[in-house]
Design a protein around this ligand. Structure first.
Ligand code: HT7
Ligand code: ZN
Length: 875
C-alpha cells in the first residue's frame, strides 16, 4: 500500500463552487447525478482536474455539455484525471452504487433497510466522483428521490426548500446548504423515522428548529439528547460567543455506525449509543457520553465546519480542539470544582490507559502525523485526547482570557477557510504577543515526555529548589527529540497540609504557579519557604507527561490526605496503589504469599468514610489503576500475575474495609426518581464500587446485597453494576440473573450489547465461551456495536483469557480480524490494534502473538487499514 506524506501536500488544481446532487435512492441500484462547477485554483500550477471515486459504476461524464469518452480521461485506482481542462468547467457525472451491499458503513449504506451516509474522512468518493479533500469547499444542493412508503423521511444538509410527490409511489425533497463545506461533511438520510422537535431561541433572537430523529419505538429515549443539544447551543454562545448559523439542526440516530457520531453540517448522524437513553436502559456513563458527544458534534459546527482542516494530517486541528471544548462543556455543566476535578481525573485515566501506550507502541505518531497509509487509522487517542491536552496547555500558558483572545482571532482570520495546526498556534501567539515557536514540538514529535524532578530544601537560606530534567523516548521514525515547552503547575504543602505561599525572584505567585520548561534541564528556586515542604507537582495534570519524582510513602500519604489540588490528591492515591500492585504482581509471578499493608488500607478506609468529600471524588480515589495501566509499568508482562495481584488487592480491601464499605453502601443510596445529576451519579458510583469490593471478597452480605440490588434496581446503572458484581464474583445467582436480564431487554439492542460485553470481559469467559456467544441468535458481526461488545471486549478487556498461555486468544483474534476485514475494514483495524503491545509480553506469549500477527499479515486480500496496523506491529 501507498504511504501518503504531509510534506507532499499541494493545493488542489481546481476549486468547486457549486455541487448539485440528484439521488434516485434504491438499495440495489442508486443513481447519483452530480453537476458541479469548477474553476482553476490560482494557487496551483496544475492544469488537470483530479477527482476521486471508489466502488462506483461510471455511467456518464460530461464536461461543459460534451460527453467525454474513455480517451478523454484516465482512471488509476481511485483517481480520475481529466487533462488539459479549461479555466472554468461544468462537469456532469452519473454513477451507480449499491448501498445494500455496502457493509463498510462508509459512503452510502443501508441500516435496517434505510439509507445513511458516512463521508469522513474519504467516504464521499464512494458516492460520486469528486475532489474529495477537505480543502475543496463548495455550496451543495441536494435532490433526494425515493419510495414514499419505505422512506417517508428524506433529509440532507442545510434547509429544506422543496418537497412533494413524484406520482409513482415515490416522493422527493430538495435541500440547500447555504454554507460552503468540504465533501466529508455531506450527509443524507432516507428512512422511516420519527422525531422529537423543538424551536429554540438563539442569542440573537432567531428561532432554530431542533430535531432528534430515531426509529419508531425510541421516542421515549430522546429527551436527554435534546436537552444536551440545547445546553450545547447555549454554552457555545455564552462561553465563546459562537452562535448556531442555521435555521435547522438535526440529529439522526442509526444502529449501524463505525464511530460515535458525525458532525455533518446541520445533519449530525449518531450511533444510537450516543442518542438513546432513559433510566431503564441507559447507565450514568451512557448519559454522560450522550452529553459529551452531542456537545462534541455540535461544537464542530465552528471548530471543524466553519473553520476546517487543510488536509487530514491536520485532523487534530478540529478534533483536539473540539474534544477540549466538549471536556470544558461537561465540566461547566456540572459547575462545581470537585465535578471539574473528577472530569479531569477521567481524562487523565484515558490518557494513561490508552494514549500513553499508543505513544509508546508501533502506531505512535505525532498529534499532527507526518504520514499515513490509511487515514481512518489516525482517528486515534493521540489525535483526539493528546490533541485536546495540547489545546489545554495553550489555556494553561496563556490563561483563560488569553486563550479566548486566541480563539477570537482564529475565527476572525479563518472563518470559511481550510487551515493548519500552525495557523491555530499563530492565532494563539499573535493574540497574546507570545512566542510559541517551541510549542510546535507538541505537534511534530511523538512520544510521551518524561520529566524527572529533583528537589532540595535549604533550611538556612529558606529556599526550595526544584530541578527538572526532560526527555522523550524514541518512537518509530523519530530517534531523538528536542525539548518540549511544558507547563508544570506546582504547589508546596506545609506539614499542616496547607499550601505554602509561593515566591520566585521576589514575585508572589499565590499557592499554585505554572513553571514553564523549554530546556532539557531547568532549575527553579522558591524563596521564603519556612519549612521542608511536600511538593505537589503537575497540578491538574497540567501537561501530558510522565512525572518521575521519588515520592516516599509519607509524602504520598500527606498529599492524599491534604492536597488542595484534587487531581494531585487523587494522583497520590494512585501512586500508593500502583506501588502495591507492582510489588504484588512480582510476588504473584513467583507464587509468593500476597500481603497488603495496613498503612495503605488505613488511608483508603479514611478516604472512603470522609463524608466531607464528594462521593464522586471518593470513588475515583478508591478505584485501583487498571490491569492495563499496571502492565504499562512492567517490562515483561504476565497478565495473569497482574490479574491475581489486583484481584487480591480488591478482595483484601473488600474484606478488611467491610464495615466501612457496608456503611457507605447504605449512605450512598439514591432513593426516589432517577436523575443523572452529578451528585446522584457520584453516589451511585461510590455505592457500586463498595458493592464491587464486597463481592470481590465473597462477602456473604455483599453478595446478598448484589442480588437484591439486581432484583430491585429502578435504573440501569444499578442493575448493570449488580449484575457485573454477581458475574465477577461467580455468585450462584449470576447465570439466572444473566438470563433474566436478557429476557427483559431482548428488544433493546444497546442493552443486549451490555449483556454481551459483561460476559466477554469476565475472567471466567474463555475463548470457547466467546465462540458460543457468537452463535447466539442475537449476535451479528456486521453490526459494529455488537461486534465490539463481544469480540473487542474480549480481546481488549479480558486480559487473562485473551492472553491464555496456549495462544488460543490470539488465534481467535486473527480469525476475527480476517473475517471482519472482509466486511468492515474500519472495525477490523481497530480490533487489530489489540496486539499493538505484543513485544512487551513474556517470550512464550510473544511467540504466539507473532504467529497470529503473521497470519493476518500473510493474507492476500487485506484492507489497507488492517495491513498498516499489523505491518507496523511486526516492523
Ligand atoms: N469527526 C467524526 C469522525 C468520524 C469518522 C471517521 C472515520 C470513519 C467514521 C467516522 N465517523 C465519524 C467524529 C468526531 O470526531 O466528531
Ligand atoms: Zn470530532
Amino acid at each position: 500500500p501507498q504511504t501518503i506524506y504531509r510534506k507532499d501536500y499541494t493545493p488542489p488544481s481546481y476549486l468547486v463552487d457549486t455541487v448539485e446532487l440528484g439521488f434516485d435512492l434504491d438499495p440495489a441500484r442508486t443513481i447519483v447525478a452530480n453537476r458541479m462547477t469548477l474553476r482553476r485554483n490560482p494557487d496551483s500550477a496544475q492544469r488537470e482536474i483530479e477527482l476521486y471515486g471508489e466502488n462506483l459504476e461510471l455511467v456518464a461524464l460530461r464536461m461543459n455539455g460534451n460527453t467525454l469518452s474513455e480517451q478523454d480521461y484516465r482512471i488509476e485506482g481511485s483517481l480520475l484525471t481529466i487533462p488539459d481542462t479549461p479555466e472554468e468547467v461544468t462537469l456532469e457525472i452519473e454513477t451507480i452504487c449499491v448501498p445494500e451491499q455496502n457493509t463498510t458503513l462508509n459512503g452510502l449504506y443501508t441500516s435496517n433497510g434505510s439509507f445513511y451516509t458516512q463521508c469522513e474522512a474519504e467516504g464521499f468518493r464512494a458516492i460520486t466522483y469528486f475532489p474529495d479533500r477537505p480543502d475543496v469547499m463548495a455550496v451543495f444542493t441536494v435532490m433526494l428521490r425515493a419510495d414514499k412508503d419505505k422512506y417517508p423521511v428524506l433529509l440532507s444538509n442545510g434547509n429544506l426548500v422543496e418537497e412533494g410527490d413524484l406520482g409513482d409511489g415515490r416522493h422527493y425533497a430538495k435541500w440547500e446548504d447555504p454554507f460552503k463545506k468540504p465533501s466529508y461533511l455531506f450527509a443524507l438520510v432516507a428512512a422511516r423515522l420519527v422525531c422529537q422537535e423543538e424551536t429554540f431561541r438563539l442569542a440573537d433572537g432567531r428561532d432554530a428548529l431542533l430535531q432528534v430523529w430515531v426509529e419508531e419505538g425510541n421516542l421515549d429515549k430522546t429527551d436527554y439528547a435534546m436537552q444536551s443539544l440545547k445546553n450545547s447551543i447555549r454554552w457555545d454562545e455564552e462561553r465563546w460567543n459562537l452562535e448556531l448559523d442555521l435555521d435547522r439542526f438535526m440529529i439522526v440516530a442509526v444502529g449501524d455506525f463505525n464511530m460515535g457520531a458525525m458532525e455533518n453540517k446541520g445533519l449530525n448522524i449518531f450511533n444510537t449509543k450516543f442518542v438513546l437513553a432513559n433510566p431503564r436502559v441507559a447507565t450514568d456513563i451512557d448519559f454522560q457520553g450522550i452529553e459529551a458527544v452531542v456537545g462534541h458534534e455540535y461544537f464542530h459546527n465552528w471548530t471543524g465546519n466553519r473553520v476546517t482542516c487543510r488536509d487530514w494530517f491536520q485532523l487534530s486541528l478540529k478534533e483536539g480542539l473540539t474534544v477540549f471544548r466538549d471536556q470544558e462543556f461537561s465540566a461547566d455543566m456540572i459547575g462545581t470544582e470537585t465535578g471539574r476535578a473528577v472530569g479531569r481525573i477521567d481524562q487523565v485515566r484515558t490518557l494513561r490507559q490508552a494514549q500513553f501506550p499508543e505513544d509508546a507502541g508501533p502506531m505512535a505518531h505525532p498529534v499532527r502525523p507526518d504520514s499515513f497509509v490509511e487515514i481512518n487509522n489516525f482517528y486515534t487517542v493521540t489525535v483526539y485526547e493528546k490533541g485536546a491536552e495540547v489545546v489545554r496547555m495553550y489555556q494553561t500558558l496563556l490563561g483563560r482570557d488569553g486563550f479566548r483572545k486566541g480563539m477570537d482571532l482564529y475565527f476572525e482570520r479563518h472563518d470559511g477557510q481550510a487551515v493548519t495546526c500552525d495557523d491555530f498556534r499563530r492565532a494563539m501567539a499573535d493574540a497574546n504577543g507570545r512566542d510559541l515557536s517551541l510549542f510546535e514540538r507538541w505537534y511534530s514529535q511523538a512520544g510521551t515526555p518524561v520529566v524527572r524532578a529533583e528537589t532540595r530544601y535549604d533550611d538556612i537560606a529558606r529556599t526550595y529548589t526544584i530541578t527538572f530534567f526532560q526527555s522523550c523516548p524514541a518512537t518509530p521514525g523519530q530517534t531523538s527529540k528536542f525539548p518540549f515547552h511544558i507547563p508544570i503547575a506546582v504547589g508546596l504543602l506545609g506539614a499542616d497540609g496547607r499550601d505554602l505561599p509561593l515566591t520566585i525572584g521576589g514575585e508572589h505567585l499565590g499557592s499554585t504557579t505554572v513553571l514553564e520548561l523549554t530546556e532539557s534541564e531547568q532549575t527553579f528556586v522558591f524563596e521564603n519557604v519556612p519549612e521542608q515542604p511536600t511538593p505537589s507537582i503537575l497540578r491538574d495534570f497540567s501537561a501530558p507527561i510522565i512525572l518521575d519524582y521519588n515520592y516516599g510513602d509519607a509524602d504520598l500519604l500527606h498529599l492524599f490526605n491534604h492536597d488542595s489540588d484534587a487531581v494531585n490528591r487523587w494522583e497520590a492515591g494512585q501512586r500508593l496503589a500502583m506501588g502495591r500492585l507492582l510489588k504484588l504482581t512480582g510476588e504473584a509471578g513467583v507464587g509468593a504469599p500476597l500481603m497488603l499493608d495496613d498503612t495503605f488500607l488505613l488511608a483508603m478506609g479514611k478516604m472512603l468514610s470522609d463524608e466531607t468529600l464528594d462521593p464522586s471524588f471518593r470513588e475515583q480515589a478508591l478505584l485501583l489503576p487498571s490491569e492495563g495501566m499496571v502492565a504499562e509499568q512492567i517490562e515483561v508482562v504476565n497478565p495473569l500475575s497482574i490479574h491475581l495481584a489486583r484481584q487480591f488487592m480488591r478482595a483484601n480491601i473488600g474484606a478488611r474495609l467491610r464495615t466501612e464499605l457496608l456503611a457507605q453502601y447504605e449512605a450512598n443510596q439514591t432513593p426516589g426518581e432517577y436523575s443523572p445529576d452529578a451528585l446522584s451519579i457520584g453516589k451511585r458510583a461510590l455505592k457500586n464500587l463498595c458493592l464491587a469490593y464486597l463481592t470481590a471478597a465473597q462477602d456473604e452480605e455483599g453478595l446478598a446485597l448484589a442480588q437484591k440490588q439486581f432484583d430491585e434496581a429502578g435504573n440501569m446503572t444499578d442493575r448493570v453494576a449488580a449484575l457485573s458484581a454477581l458475574i465477577h464474583a461467580r455468585a450462584p445467582g449470576a447465570d439466572a440473573a444473566l438470563q433474566r436480564f436478557y429476557d427483559e431487554f431482548e428488544d433493546e439492542a444497546l442493552v443486549i450489547d451490555k449483556w454481551f460485553m459483561l460476559q466477554a470481559s469476565a475472567a471466567t469467559t474463555d475463548v470457547a465461551a466467546v465462540r458460543g456467544l457468537m452463535r447466539h441468535p442475537a449476535f451479528n458481526l456486521r453490526n459494529p456495536n455488537r461486534a465490539r461488545s463481544l469480540i473487542s471486549s474480549f480481546c481488549a478487556g479480558n486480559p487473562v483469557q485473551f492472553h491464555a498461555p496456549d495462544g488460543s486468544g490470539y488465534a481467535f483474534w486473527a480469525e476475527q480480524v480476517i473475517t471482519l476485514d472482509g466486511l468492515n475494514p474500519q472495525v477490523a483495524s481497530r480490533l487489530a490494534r489489540a496486539m499493538d503491545r505484543w513485544r512487551r509480553y513474556t517470550p512464550e506469549l510473544q511467540e504466539h502473538m507473532k504467529k497470529a500477527l503473521q497470519q493476518v499479515a500473510g493474507q492476500q486480500r487485506l484492507s489497507n487499514d488492517v495491513r498498516e496496523v499489523v505491518g507496523k506491529a511486526l516492523a
